[in-house]
Design a protein around this ligand. Structure first.
Ligand code: URA
Length: 240
């Protein structure tokens, strides 16, 4: 059984404690692999093939992880960067074995809903341009946002590189020197929300993603916090 993953790593990945705690559980003879008590935490196992038990309870290994993060400003949507903190750096080391990556990108100064997963198929489906997955943003805009902007966004605006955006829904919550809006877009061009407002002569000063597909950012998550999606939330994300 040389291939596979270390027993202590698999168990810590499944939330049974830190590697140190798991080593102690294993030493006490509480863990069985294929009906045999195992005392060596470095033993390599295949979590899909081997039957693992703790205190007589069979474990079911999971392949994928789905995380909802309330991304704070100042971190980048990447898995690794030598200089800047990334969203993956914010995850507990117990999650590192999953090799989760962010689904798409939020700018360094954008906050809000970011999904991290190791499910490449779902990520692809959410990002594929043809799928038109809606993304809703809450933003503060320098300048009075009005119905002219609403109409322009509904028709589609031309960005600085000549690209014409798909129709988008603009909801004006406050029209003032600093306006408050919600915007739903059906694509994900680079800096899209900021560039859409630039195209109508206005500037985004604060940006937060609040929904993706039918999935809304959990209001209980503080900036920088994350949680695994519930079955229901995952269904909302997959229901496309
Ligand atoms: N649009 C932007 O301009 N920035 C983001 O981070 C997301 C959408």
């Amino acid at each position: 059984m040389a291939k596979g993953q270390r027993l202590d790593k698999v168990l810590s990945n499944m939330g049974y404690g830190t590697r140190k705690e798991i080593k102690s559980i294993i030493k006490k003879g509480r863990v069985k692999v294929d009906e045999k008590v195992i005392k060596d935490s470095s033993m390599h196992i295949d979590p899909y093939e081997n039957h693992i038990e703790i205190d007589g309870v069979k474990l079911v290994y999971r392949e994928f992880v789905y995380i909802m993060m309330n991304k704070p400003q100042g971190v980048i949507s990447a898995t690794f960067d030598a200089r800047v903190e990334t969203v993956v750096d914010l995850l507990d080391p117990a999650y590192h074995i999953f090799e989760a990556f962010p689904v798409g990108r939020l700018d360094k100064d954008t906050e809000g809903l970011l999904i991290l997963t190791n499910d490449g198929k779902l990520s692809h489906e959410l990002l594929a341009p043809k799928k038109h997955v809606p993304k809703t943003y809450y933003a503060h805009i320098e300048g009075r946002v009005d119905d002219k902007d609403q109409i322009a966004f509904k028709k589609g605006v031309t960005l600085d590189d000549g690209y014409k955006t798909l129709p988008a829904e603009l909801n004006i919550m406050k029209s003032d020197e600093i306006s408050e809006i919600e915007l739903t877009i059906y694509e994900g061009k680079f800096h899209q929300v900021k560039r859409m407002f630039e195209s109508v002569g206005k500037k985004v000063t604060y940006l937060k993603r609040i929904a993706m597909g039918d999935l809304k950012l959990d209001k209980d998550l503080e900036l920088g916090e994350y949680k695994e999606l519930t079955e229901e939330e995952l269904k909302k994300l997959k229901n496309r």
